[in-house]
Design a protein around this ligand. Structure first.
Ligand SMILES: C[S@@+](CC[C@H](N)C(=O)[O-])C[C@H]1O[C@@H](n2cnc3c(N)ncnc32)[C@H](O)[C@@H]1O
Length: 817
């Protein structure tokens, strides 16, 4: 077996809670090494939640019983909407009918079913044992399909409730979106998909909006990069900050949307603070809603974790509120059922920053069953679940004076007085309990920033500022004044200018000062668009035109990422790329950047949209702690020895990368895209370097007539034997002297092969099968597979590349978990 079925279980994540965890998702913080059912008890848990009266006595048993049952397997068809629809069609019309009527050991097994509330039926669930997945040929095959499509990012294995928050944000392609606590990134992927709603099956759109995915854990930001590589986006930035003190981001006036009536004095300023239309606060929490997936929590759960996280959760939400545009929306979510992490945070945030309201969205997702937020609760002041103090004052009075200052409890742990709770509309929050729809436990609140009416027809024109710097938010001129949060000393952020401390009540709105000294616009204004002079070397030219997203001063010396350097469109290498790749004049060449200390286009070119470029150019990337931005589109192809011998290579250095092709495709001259059919695709699948002479006509003549280099091929829909290509497929190839290579990752190739040909016909699969045949162990003595072996195991599972029993089990644990 790949891992032990028994053993100790870690009970707490980072940051004192689910900090590293997430509902579902590929997240190992609370690895669910199996806990015996008999051990699924925790007196403190029961006592605490009984005291909260969140459920009736009748429901309590059902709730507790469901908490002890394993979760169904759930997944979401991911990627751009059109592509997702196609794959969903395959699941619905091909896989599910095959799985209907399966009988295993005398019992019928239900096929996957669509999650009723997920839009367009793109999310699924099924509840079958590992034994069925292993032994039933039909389910084994379906499982292989899931493993492959998960590997290449077309399917996201995600807990059902974890899919909810992005659906309540209703992101549109022009929105400026912030995901405050984003790693590992399953919700980030959903937000990106919404930003890319205009994508087609083959081509990506370039949204005018923006998604910043942030996480305070540097290592985990790399999970975000991995996750988002599945939907390459020029509109993405990944940052590494403590969300509760997220810095103000500057944007120039041309990226600012001025509401009508903006004072000329304000509009004339050069820089403003970027405000967001949508912010997700999926905050670190104690995670007791994930107990079904992470049964180790049973052993360690205690309510002081929730008490301890409350302050951080509140500060993150308050920071989000200060970065929101008027009319903008925040979704606050946790996978905890504890009111101290939920309604208490919402109530304290609403009280500390006026001008916000909870949005009532009970029927937003028809079919979703949830309960209203609660208006009163009983925090415990110690581990023994002492919940008898009705107010903070009662509690603090009970302490000897000498201990009061050390208390970890805050007034905001307690519920507001009943009339205030009604005023705050806390019942508009949404609570999801496991027994309602066989899910994990979850909490969601949707907040909106509203204009604050003052006298007839007028609104307050007060803006929050970034501490002493008076950074204002011109996008939201008509917002409320922001009061200093009523937090106790350890939560008070006003001393930190980046934490958004509140301005004096009468501070007028101000744009950021034009003269930012060390943070002014970087070097692109140095005649960057003048073409290279005849005397100038490429390198000189680059020095002159460099537009690094880095400014001196204010920089964070501990931030070690490479700088971001925008390359001038006139750069000789860019010009060569444009010519060789046949990119049309509309190609946004000025949005290409490189990431290396020298700022030279030596390996990969990334593409951003205009807004991301603007942010990179107007902010010190070390202050932003920018881990990545945009998406890789063009990469250097080392010329083969053969090409170099022939004197070639210099002109052929760059090619469109497979991952960047959807972004670049709309700009490639259609005449330059080669046409082919499913037969040519089969040849390219079956060999690493098939000879040009091995293709049928007309593709053979087309490709034989081409010089060495990078090309893009559009495969038309069609059928051969049992294989079927139902839609256009566009892929990059590399033509050498006499052969051709499909330039996609071997896992993507295998997934594609399974989808189109019904089996893995790739060379990698054949090689793997051969290798396995030579080393097949005797049953019972099988090797433990590593993560990267999963594909191999899947081939075995699907019976397509030899079969050994143990690796199949390993693959199951990768996906079914
Ligand atoms: C519940 S998880 C987020 C899950 C994520 N939204 C998803 O759907 O994949 C909470 C995340 O918050 C991060 N985190 C903890 N404290 C933070 C802070 N102060 N600022 C930003 N992120 C923080 C943790 O590293 C963790 O990745």
């Amino acid at each position: 077996m790949a891992r032990s079925k028994k053993g100790a279980h870690r009970g707490k994540g980072k940051n004192g809670g689910r900090g590293g965890g997430s509902t579902g998702d590929r997240d190992d913080t609370y690895r669910s090494d199996v806990v015996e059912r008999a051990d699924m008890h925790n007196e403190r848990f029961e006592k605490y939640y009984r005291a909260q009266s969140i459920l009736t006595d009748d429901e309590w048993q059902e709730f507790m019983e469901t908490m002890r049952n394993p979760l169904p397997t759930t997944f979401r068809v991911a990627g751009s909407r059109q592509a997702a629809r196609l794959l969903n069609g395959t699941i619905k019309d091909t896989h599910v009918p095959h799985l209907a009527g399966v009988v295993f050991e005398g019992e019928s097994v239900s096929p996957p079913s669509q999650i009723s509330w997920y839009p367009e039926g793109l999310a699924w669930q099924f509840n079958v044992s590992k034994k069925v997945l292993r032994k039933s040929p039909e389910f084994k095959k379906f499982h292989s399909f899931l493993v492959f499509e998960t590997e290449v990012g077309n399917i996201s294995r995600q807990e059902a409730v974890s899919m909810l928050p992005p659906l309540f944000l209703e992101v549109e392609p022009h929105h400026r979106v912030m995901d405050m606590c984003a790693a590992p990134g399953s919700k980030t992927a959903q937000l990106l998909e919404a930003l890319h709603a205009q994508d087609t099956v083959t081509a990506s759109s370039i949204p005018t909006g923006l998604l910043i995915a942030n996480d305070s854990d540097h290592k985990r930001t790399h999970l975000l990069i991995h996750q988002s590589a599945r939907l390459p986006s020029p509109a993405l930035m990944v940052t590494n900050h403590d969300a509760s003190i997220y810095p103000a981001i500057k944007i120039p006036s041309e990226q600012t949307v001025f509401p009508s009536g903006t004072k000329p004095r304000v509009a004339a300023k050069k820089q403003y603070q970027l405000l967001f239309d949508r912010i997700l606060c999926d905050v670190p929490c104690s995670g007791d809603g994930t107990m079904r997936k992470n049964p180790g929590i049973w052993k360690h759960w205690q309510p002081l974790d929730g008490n301890g996280l409350h302050s951080l959760q509140l500060r993150i939400l308050q920071r989000a509120m200060r970065m929101l545009k008027m009319g903008g929306r925040i979704v606050y979510s946790t996978c905890s059922m504890n009111p101290v992490e939920n309604e208490a945070v919402i109530a304290a945030a609403l009280k500390s920053i006026p001008g916000f309201e909870l949005v009532d969205m009970p029927n937003h997702l028809p079919g979703l069953i949830h309960r209203p937020g609660i208006t009163t609760w009983k925090p415990t002041v110690d581990r023994s679940i002492f919940t008898d103090f009705a107010t903070y004052e009662d509690y603090i009075q009970s302490l000897p004076e000498s201990r009061r200052a050390d208390s970890k409890m805050h007034p905001s742990h307690w519920p507001p007085p009943p009339s205030e709770a009604v005023e705050l509309n806390l019942t508009r929050c949404m609570r999801i309990y496991p027994h309602l729809q066989d899910t994990g436990g979850f909490f969601i609140a949707v907040l909106q920033k509203k204009p604050v009416p003052t006298t007839a027809g007028q609104t307050l024109r007060k803006e929050p500022s970034e501490g002493k710097r008076q950074a204002s938010e011109v996008d939201a001129l008509e917002t409320s004044e922001v009061k200093k949060p009523r937090l106790s000393s350890d939560m008070d952020t006003s001393a930190d200018p980046q934490a958004g401390g509140a301005p004096p009540a009468d501070e007028p709105e101000e744009a950021l000062p034009d003269d930012l000294g060390d943070e002014g616009a970087p070097g692109m204004d140095v005649d960057a668009n003048a073409p290279p002079t005849p005397a100038e070397t490429s390198s000189d030219f680059r020095q002159r035109t460099k537009g690094k997203g880095k400014a001196p001063g204010n920089a964070d010396p501990n931030f070690k990422e490479n700088p971001y350097t925008f390359i001038s469109p006139e750069d000789p290498i860019i010009q060569t790329c444009i010519a060789n790749l046949r990119l049309q004049p509309s190609f946004p060449a000025s949005n290409l950047l490189v990431r290396n200390p020298a700022g030279e286009p030596v390996r990969s070119l990334y593409m951003t949209n205009a807004l991301v470029k603007s942010i990179v150019q107007h902010n010190d990337y070390t202050r932003l702690r920018l881990v990545t931005c945009g998406t890789k589109v063009i990469g250097k192809q080392e010329a083969s020895a053969e090409v170099r011998r022939e004197g070639g290579g210099a002109d052929m250095q760059f090619r469109v990368l497979g991952e960047g092709l959807p972004v670049v495709l709309p700009y490639i001259d259609p005449e330059a895209v080669l046409g082919a059919d499913i037969t040519a695709l089969k040849v390219l699948m079956e060999g690493y370097y098939p000879l040009c002479s091995g293709f049928g006509e007309p593709f053979r003549s087309t490709i034989e007539g081409k010089a060495t280099g990078s090309y893009v091929v559009r495969f038309q829909p069609g059928h051969i034997n049992n294989a079927s290509l139902s839609h256009d497929l566009v892929l990059p190839i590399w033509k050498s002297n006499v052969s051709v290579t499909l330039m996609i990752d071997k896992r993507a190739k295998s997934a594609l092969s399974l989808r189109v040909f019904g089996e893995d016909i790739t060379t990698a699969a054949r090689d793997a099968a051969q290798k396995k045949a030579q080393t097949t162990p005797t049953p019972g003595d099988a090797p433990v597979l590593q993560k990267g072996d999963a594909l191999l195991a899947v081939q075995a599972a699907a019976g397509e590349a030899g079969s050994t029993p143990a690796p199949v089990q390993a693959a199951e644990e990768e996906v079914v978990g």
